[in-house]
Design a protein around this ligand. Structure first.
Ligand SMILES: Nc1ncnc2c1ncn2[C@@H]1O[C@H](COP(=O)(O)OP(=O)(O)OP(=O)(O)O)[C@@H](O)[C@H]1O
Length: 621
């Protein structure tokens, strides 16, 4: 999409608009300070090196309808960590997915914040002579147009809070150039790509002659042989103030094809590319005055959509199919770039041809991926996140546009003016001839060359047709194979579902088994502990037992000794008893003898006492 300074000189985008001087710098009263932000987008030291495409993610808030329906949110944004988390519940399990981007803006992010943090540095690069592209990608109704356009201007001419990237970029460019007091010129183009056809959104409609011209000369894409794409027949409007651009934008935006779908009341059905080219005079080096040229492409892609969910039918379904097809090609280009494939399928759609330099080329590119937080859009959100995440790996090799000398630019412009003047003169003077003779001859020669080319192309076409027939047959067999594969896939899906359920059961069993195993392990460890303590105890008991048996042995020996002693004692006692009996008998006899002796003696004594007493009584008497 971007053009080299050479192409600008040749008027590749429809020819330069004649102006008395290339620098018709507007001088508005109001001037603002230089608003350059931090140079995050492109480090100055890294120039001429490969840089990755910057990918920002923006999640819109839930719409009023979604809030009324109590739709649950499945997206959480961490702006500090630059992470987006998708909260998913698969088979009653929380399986969250986290994506990291260069910048993340949550539902509360304001238009101004996004612009200041992410886009302002890119616009500064444009003013430094680079070509830059910002494009919004996302599911339908996620806020691409809101992010890129938003509100254009208030009645007073100021930007409203909801002004998007385009009006803010326009304002920044004018403000910066004014603050630098620079000499500059600016041109804009605004095109729409609808069903693989390009329309000029800035072309005046009422001019019937122009409309005829346009019919004869449709806007086409051409390659310049150096890999750059030229949009032929597109009008470039010279602009001198931000308000002029806003008017053009409003005019163009009103012409964009929109439709009411189930997902968005005003859904853009086409891709739009708004480009601003700015030529800035640099301070003179020696005698030569140099002019640097930068270009900013602001692309609002049509929304990727699920046709059944967006409610697209008949014509709309075809339209959605075309949108999805071009976005699919964009996806294939991104994949091929990321995988460093030898062939990048840029030529498969006009969208990818237009964005060619922005993807893997010399342009600095920033993608704003937009998503919805709603659970209903989960599938599309995941697809956008995957798409954007892959795009982070695309590497571009930005190069500043070569500076032109003012003299060369002026010469080119004057040549162009002269050519146009000649056309006008020939049309006015000559009857029936509308171009000068020289050009007629030249164009005849060109026509002849073109006829030869056409012949050659026809031959090529025949060849291609044969090939295409072959491919068609191949396609048909592949379709059949696809159908077979689809039925196999269906079976596989059913099996997968069954296996998934079995897996879940197995997982459940596995978890229970692990729990039992743990319990058993615990019991075994406890058993081992008690076993070792039992062994200890048994050892102690054995030694006690040994001691006890020794004690019993000695006890038995003692008992034997005791028995022996008792037997001895018993015989001693017996002999003692018999001796004692004998002695006692003897004693008894002796006592009995002495008792009878005593009795005799006592009788004798009594007889003596009686005789004594009788003698005494006799005496006394
Ligand atoms: N960040 C946001 N804050 C507030 N409202 C928003 C935001 N993003 C989108 N909207 C609103 O959501 C609706 C859809 O937005 P928009 O038309 O920009 O979506 P889109 O992605 O361009 O859709 P399509 O691809 O269908 O054109 C609009 O009413 C818009 O105002």
């Amino acid at each position: 999409m971007s053009l080299t300074p050479d192409q600008f000189r040749k008027g590749a985008m429809g020819g330069l608009v004649p102006s008395p001087s290339p620098f018709l710098t507007p001088r508005p009263e109001r001037r603002r300070a230089d608003s350059r932000g931090p140079d995050w987008f492109f480090n100055r030291q890294d120039r001429d090196k490969e840089v990755n495409v910057q990918v920002l993610l923006r999640c819109r808030p839930l719409s009023e309808d979604e809030q009324k329906m109590n739709v649950s949110r499945v997206i959480s944004c961490n702006e500090l960590k630059r992470e987006v988390t998708v909260l998913q519940n698969v088979a009653n399990k929380q399986v969250d997915r986290v994506f990291t981007f260069d910048k993340v803006f949550g539902p509360k992010a304001q238009q101004r914040t996004i612009y200041d943090q992410a886009i302002a540095p890119i616009v500064n690069e444009v003013l430094d002579g680079f070509n830059c592209t910002v494009f919004a990608y996302g599911q339908t109704g996620t806020g691409k147009t809101y992010t890129m356009e938003g509100g254009m201007r208030n009645k007073g001419g100021d930007l409203p809070a909801e002004a998007g990237v385009i009006p803010r970029a326009v304002r920044q460019i004018f403000d910066t150039l004014e603050a630098q007091n620079a000499d500059y010129s600016m041109k804009v183009t605004f095109l729409e790509l609808y069903n693989e056809e390009i329309t000029d959104l800035l072309a005046p409609e009422e001019s019937s002659r122009y409309a005829e011209d346009r019919q004869r000369k449709p806007i086409s894409l051409m390659e310049d042989g150096k890999g750059c794409v030229i949009v032929r027949g597109l009008e470039e409007e010279a602009v001198y103030s931000a308000n002029e651009i806003y008017t053009l934008l409003e005019r163009g935006a009103a012409k964009r094809r929109t439709a009411d779908t189930l997902l968005n009341k005003r859904s853009s059905r086409s891709h739009s590319v708004f480009s601003i080219t700015v030529h800035i005079k640099e301070s003179a080096v020696g005698d030569e005055e140099l002019i640097k040229c930068g270009k900013l492409n602001l692309v609002d892609l049509a929304g990727s959509e699920n046709i059944s969910r967006s409610g697209a039918r008949e014509g709309r379904a075809r339209e959605a199919g075309e949108i999805n097809k071009s976005l699919l090609t964009l996806g294939r280009v991104i994949s091929a770039l990321v995988e460093h494939s030898a062939h990048i399928p840029y030529r498969d759609s006009k969208l990818t041809r237009l964005l060619r330099d922005s993807l893997g080329g010399k342009t600095k590119t920033c993608i704003i991926a937009t998503i919805s937080p709603s659970a209903h859009s989960l599938e599309e959100t995941l697809s956008t996140l995957d798409y954007a995440y892959r795009a982070k790996n695309i590497k571009n090799r930005p190069e500043a546009n070569q500076k032109m000398s003012k003299a060369v630019l002026l010469k080119d412009l004057y040549l162009e003016i002269e050519r146009m003047k000649e056309d006008v003169r020939a049309a006015r003077d000559k009857n029936g001839i509308y171009i000068p003779h020289e050009r007629f001859v030249q164009e005849e020669a060109e026509k002849k060359a073109r006829m030869e080319k056409i012949e050659q192309l026809e031959n090529d076409l025949n060849l291609s047709e044969k090939q295409s027939n072959k491919y068609h047959e191949l396609y048909l067999t592949e379709q059949e194979q696809r159908l077979d594969l689809e039925s196999v896939l269906k079976d596989c899906k059913v099996n997968l579902e069954k296996t998934r359920k079995e897996l879940l059961d197995l997982q459940e069993n596995h978890r229970a088994a692990i729990l039992t195993l743990k319990e058993k392990e615990f019991i075994i460890s406890k058993l081992l502990c008690s076993e070792s303590s039992l062994i200890e105890r048994a050892k102690e008991l054995r030694s006690d037992l040994q001691h006890a048996s020794e004690d019993i042995n000695s006890l038995f020996a003692k008992l034997d000794d005791k028995d022996k002693m008792e037997a001895e004692n018993r015989s001693i006692v017996l002999t003692f008893g018999s001796r004692l009996d004998q002695r006692l008998k003897d004693l008894h006899k002796t006592i009995l003898g002495s008792v009878s002796q005593q009795h005799q003696q006592l009788r004798c004594m009594e007889e003596h006492a009686h005789s004594f007493l009788a003698s005494k009584c006799d005496v006394r008497e």
